[in-house]
Design a protein around this ligand. Sequence first.
Ligand code: GLN
Length: 547
Amino acid sequence: MARYIFITGGVVSSLGKGLASAALGALLQARGFTVRLRKLDPYLNVDPGTMSPFEHGEVFVTDDGAETDLDLGHYERFTGVAARRTDSVSSGRIYSNVLEKERRGDYLGKTIQVIPHVTNEIKDWIGIGDDEVDFMLCEIGGTVGDIEGLPFFEAIRQFGQDRPRGQCIFMHLTLLPYLAASSELKTKPTQHSVKELRSIGLQPDILVCRSEHNIPEKERAKIALFCNVRPEAVIPAYDLKSIYEAPMAYHKVGLDQAVLDAFDISPAPKPNLTRWVDVEDRIHNAEGEVRVAIVGKYTQLEDAYKSIAEALTHGGMANRVRVKSDWIDAEIFEGEDPAPYLEPYQAILVPGGFGERGTEGKIRAAEFARTHKVPYLGICLGMQMAVIEAARNLAGLPDAGSEEFDHEAGKRRFEPVVYHLKEWVQGNRKVERKVGDDKGGTMRLGAYDATLKPGSRVAGIYGNLAIDERHRHRYEVDTKYREALEEQGLKFSGMSPDGRLPEIVEWTDHPWFIGVQFHPELKSKPFQPHPLFADFVRAAKEMSRLV
Ligand code: GLN
């Protein structure tokens, strides 16, 4: 049976709960324990799949095809443990399960209530797979006091009671604001936040206090006294230059020790932190910088491309360079020459996206990269744009486009080089979708195998001919045009094992131009950079030597 750590937040949102949870997971691993991290989100959407990246940040896809919160990306990047569908749940999903059971008659005519029916559903979810790991870390989204959060807080309170004593602990993150006028750190909001938690029956064992200023011993003691927490369990969390400093920073202030003490695990196994020492060394001791242009649509919110930004950082770490990426809105050079915008960069990345807006700009970016021999990585939509560019400008198909944009326009305007896929094979299973299906989960989602062409650039990069990568898209490049495109030099170097679906294209006569139908960024880790990102940054570094 796993031990449980429930992580909640108070005072304000965006305190870095996800990061603290991920760092703690990494530290427990460093002490030889196995972990799994889970996110419980109080919002009513059934999953983040249909939420706007402008508002909610990126959708993180798991191997088993769930569309989840971007915090799961942090969890994976810090622990290397592949997240599963059952590691992310929202109120929407919980209520929809409960209502489905009610309609089916599973509750035998009982009156359905938040307690016990909704809370039981949450507890069942929390308990999934608890015999597989030493520690299960469950983060509750939002802040204590939110109306939507209450059933989750009540469920974790009950869960703590249901389990044998000493099996669950509660960790609460708060903020200590600094008043410049009186040069003081204020502890009152933290006291109130803990009071709020205690009023719903939860006594935190560990308090993690975010602060922009040093927290003096005296203040720690005061917080401990007023919040009924041991002084050594009041953990300061200061701002960091890089998120990857978090495991070492939390270790130095005693977070993992405090957690083991709270569980009475003694003697505590000694940690092996070499992985994180190396990661920090690579971040702090980069030699030089490369500049990458990310030409996309959701450029106002950095979180919309979170995993891409992180994967580029990892690629930089692999090459001991800093990667400076600028987000460029593809719409700026829709009708003009992109050269003035793109010339300052050693590499261009066109990320995934949905809808027609900005696509003509992305096609121009792909053309610029091809003709100026600038390294180009096209991800999902970025690959589709590269194919359309080649079809229009070289393969004699001036009207090449995607059915995605035809659907939006409601009529056929393009030669569909990229078409809407309605049935495909996953493993041994045939998957079918109808055009009018609801928007949730109607895409090709999750891990799929691909076979690489011997001798291709990607085969060299992966060092393997059989790979699997995560997908999230509705449209596919049509193999009907393969021959015409390959004749021009755009090789289809990765295909689905049945040979039906193009997975990777690459220009042969180019220093580095690769388009992938999947999302390699989702599997990159600081201690194990994704080979495509590592090699892309290497190519960019090469370019910076040339100029
Ligand atoms: N909109 C495209 C499709 O559905 C690309 C999706 C993506 O980039 N994730 O195929």
